[in-house]
Design a protein around this ligand. Structure first.
Ligand code: GLV
Ligand code: MN
Ligand code: MN
Length: 421
């Protein structure tokens, strides 16, 4: 059966969600655990309840909206992503994956279709990492990459902790993070890059995610008068930081097209025109699909830091997220769905991080991408065509139906019983 979702209804939900913390440029600034995040969660929960789901959340506020299956003991086929955004984020990054899950449930309700395994729609907390670093924090705890206390004690730029803010918005549940078991996890997302658009393809079947290393860097020089201090002998932390920013650019360029390096945050102290900056704090993000290359980039970054002789440098790697390969059965289910619907597609590795990249470490997982305009994301102008969003959701619906069938559940159980190679 070639069942299709209601694209107009999916679009309408996306546009309604985009009103929360809407920005003048058409995007959203809905940081994790803000009042806007609470509002988005409340609306999402109410829509899920209206669709007949039972909504629960765990110790880190990860939300699970469950549509019961014929076999309630079977671990659910879960579909989801995140509702938080970047400070200058768009309407689709994350939100599409959550609301695609809701649209699938609504479509099954419209047609009176029940599934063997239950279906769940998931909203993972703090995917973006823009307010509380690192990214994919709560899906990371779920998958065992971080422990609970690490997550609860992360602080935002104003010193507020993740744990306090989660309790403040009323989404700190009792269930241990990771105790709510999933059978399969599927995530739909805009590509956030130009490959599908440039090749006029509608679906990317994602086979895995690239590796990431995040660093906090502190450059300590000495404040001094800008007029009376000779250029010789200054300990200008900003001048050193500028060289470090360029070093990040060139070390990424030196490792081929797949390598990327970014300095996206920079704080200058005391930030006064006529004082030589005595301190700079900055944040670095390095990524590559091959962990060996990523560790070479790490060595080169450390070597670059050693050349900044006029300052003391503290470099802390706050996160190493190794590359991840998605589950072959889930990938096959997505490929079969793409074929059934007849969409032009390709297989690809994700450049962006996603909750799926964490969940894949403990649950069979895969993703679909749809194109976004000019490959632009983490930008208010982020835009996607309604028919592409609909296509991605159709693929997910077909794959979720196949993966929730009793035969697919038995196959997963069988694979669990097989000894690891
Ligand atoms: C999340 O959007 C990331 O890729 O950093
Ligand atoms: Mn995202
Ligand atoms: Mn993002």
């Amino acid at each position: 059966m070639n069942l299709r979702i209601n694209g107009a209804r999916l679009w309408d939900s996306l546009m309604k969600m985009a009103r929360i913390d809407a920005l003048p440029g058409g995007g959203c600034g809905r940081l994790a655990l803000s009042d806007g995040d609470r509002e988005a969660r409340d609306i999402f929960a109410s829509w899920c309840r209206e669709a007949g789901c039972d909504v629960s959340y765990d110790r880190l506020g990860n939300m699970f909206a469950r549509r019961e299956g014929r076999d309630p003991d079977e671990p659910p086929v879960a579909i989801g992503s995140h509702l938080d955004t970047q400070p200058h984020g768009g309407k689709f990054d994350g939100v599409y994956g959550v609301l695609a899950g809701l649209e699938i449930v609504r479509t099954l309700n419209d047609h009176g279709i029940s599934t063997d395994a239950p279906l769940e729609i998931v909203n993972w907390t703090n995917e973006e990492g823009a307010r509380f670093a690192p990214a994919m924090l709560a899906s990371g705890v779920y998958a065992g990459a971080f422990d609970l206390d690490f997550a609860l004690t992360r602080r935002d730029a104003s010193g507020k902790s993740f744990g306090d803010e989660l309790a403040r918005i009323g989404y700190a549940g009792d269930t241990a993070c990771g105790a709510h078991k999933l059978g399969v996890f599927l995530e739909a997302h805009i590509e956030q890059g130009p490959i599908l658009e440039n090749n006029e393809e509608v679906i990317g079947v994602v086979t895995g995610g690239q590796g990431q290393r995040w660093y906090d860097v502190n450059l300590l020089g000495r404040d001094a008068h800008s007029g009376s201090t000779p250029m010789q002998g200054r300990r200008d932390a900003l001048a050193a930081a500028a060289r470090l920013v360029l070093a990040v650019q060139s070390l990424a360029r030196a490792h081929g097209e797949a390598a990327v390096g970014t300095v996206g945050e920079l704080n200058v102290l005391p930030n006064a025109r006529n004082t030589i900056p005595g301190e700079v704090r900055l944040a670095i993000d390095l990524r590559h699909p091959d962990d060996t290359v990523l560790s070479r980039m790490d060595h080169e970054l450390r070597a670059a830091c050693r050349t900044m002789e006029e300052v003391e440098i503290g470099l802390e790697m706050i996160w190493h997220n190794p590359p991840i390969a998605f589950d072959s059965d889930c990938i096959d289910a997505l490929k079969a769905a793409v074929k059934l619907h007849g969409y032009p597609s390709r297989q690809m590795v994700s450049g962006a991080g996603h909750d799926a990249c964490q969940i894949a470490r403990c649950v069979p997982t895969a993703m679909v991408f749809v194109p976004c305009k000019d490959g632009l994301s983490h930008n208010e102008a982020e835009s996607a065509e309604p028919e592409h969003l609909e296509a991605g959701c159709n693929v997910l619906l077909t794959a979720a139906l196949n993966l929730s069938a009793a035969t697919a559940c038995e196959r997963r159980q069988q694979r669990c019983r097989e000894p690891a190679e």
